[in-house]
Design a protein around this ligand. Structure first.
Ligand SMILES: [Zn+2]
Length: 311
């Protein structure tokens, strides 16, 4: 467990389950060339920049979530556990980690000493494990968002085992990329919530996060549009869990100014932490390990296989 900032207040939430659905699908995540070189995790959160920012937004409150029974959050689908007070905001970012955009989001959050919750795609975590490690090192909470961002309400995922595999491989991929377990926080791709999987996550003690307000940033190309969308929705609702995408360039560009405006608007940031980490299931750990590297008999390091004999 990491230690919360001195000004933070811990609140424990214990909760149950409910579900519902429907919303437009976001842009699917594209493929990318894998870069599997492991980078050492950063040891400490980059909090030093806050001293240089007298207008830092900061984290006002840290809540610990007991995910027993798979509680649902986000008023768009789960009409329960409305834990935010007036003016409070939880920032969430989906579909990373991604080169360029995720580091830019991390920098903007660090400049404001803000912590958020990330829902990375399993495959993306295997492409850019070093970026995901930076997310963890900065003190953010990392949940999961399936292995390959499929809509689990589609016909081909009606077979429970297939849908389960997508969820579990996503969780295992994050464990593998981070070298540490994810939080038991899950967001369904496209916010499509098949009831069988809601039940499965409940039995697995994984909380489900929809959103109180969707920025629809994946439809936007200009950062000003993202800022306008988030600020207008917050003004209307007065508080909420906000869904954005660290995968999206416009969002990465929008974030410094968006955080400035949240501060100017008097909003307070709440950071969500999980009570317990999420244990992976061995069979899916193995599946993910095999997918990212074809198994060979030899496991020798390159230095012992390839030797320069002339140059
Ligand atoms: Zn997504």
């Amino acid at each position: 467990m990491r230690v919360a900032s001195a000004c933070a207040v811990f609140v424990s939430i214990t909760v149950g389950v409910a579900w519902a659905q429907t919303r437009p699908a976001p842009t699917p995540a594209p493929g990318a060339a894998p870069t599997l070189a492991a980078a050492p995790p950063q040891a400490t959160a980059p909090a030093a920049t806050c001293a240089a920012n007298p207008n830092a937004l900061g984290v006002t409150r840290v809540v610990e979530i007991d995910t027993t029974g798979g509680p649902g959050f986000g008023w768009e689908h789960f009409k329960m556990h409305d834990f935010l007070r007036a003016g409070e905001v939880v920032l969430t970012f989906d579909d990373g980690p991604w080169q360029g955009n995720t580091p830019a989001v991390l920098k903007a959050l660090a400049d404001h000493c803000v912590r958020a919750t990330f829902f990375p795609i399993g495959k993306h975590a295997t492409y850019y494990p070093e970026i995901l490690k930076q997310v963890a090192a900065a003190g953010h909470t990392i949940g999961s968002h399936t292995w390959s961002h499929v809509d689990l309400s589609k016909k081909q995922y009606q077979e429970v085992e297939k849908a389960k595999e997508e969820i579990e491989k996503g969780i295992s991929a994050i464990r593998l990329a981070l070298g540490a377990p994810a939080a038991p926080f899950f967001r369904f791709p496209s916010l499509k919530h098949p009831p069988e999987m809601v039940t499965y996550l409940g039995q697995r003690n994984v909380a489900i996060f929809s959103t109180d307000m969707d920025s629809f940033d994946f439809t936007m190309r200009k950062p000003e549009q993202v800022i306008k969308s988030v600020m207008a929705k917050l003004q209307k609702h007065g508080k909420g869990i906000v869904l954005m995408h660290d995968f999206q360039h416009a969002t990465a560009e929008a974030l410094p100014e968006l955080l400035n405006q949240l501060k100017a608007g008097g909003y307070k940031i709440v950071h969500m932490r999980a009570k317990e980490p999420l244990k992976t299931i061995a069979q899916y750990d193995e599946m993910v390990a095999k997918e990212i590297k074809l198994p060979t008999v030899s496991d020798r390091p390159t230095s012992s296989v390839v030797r320069t004999i002339s140059e």
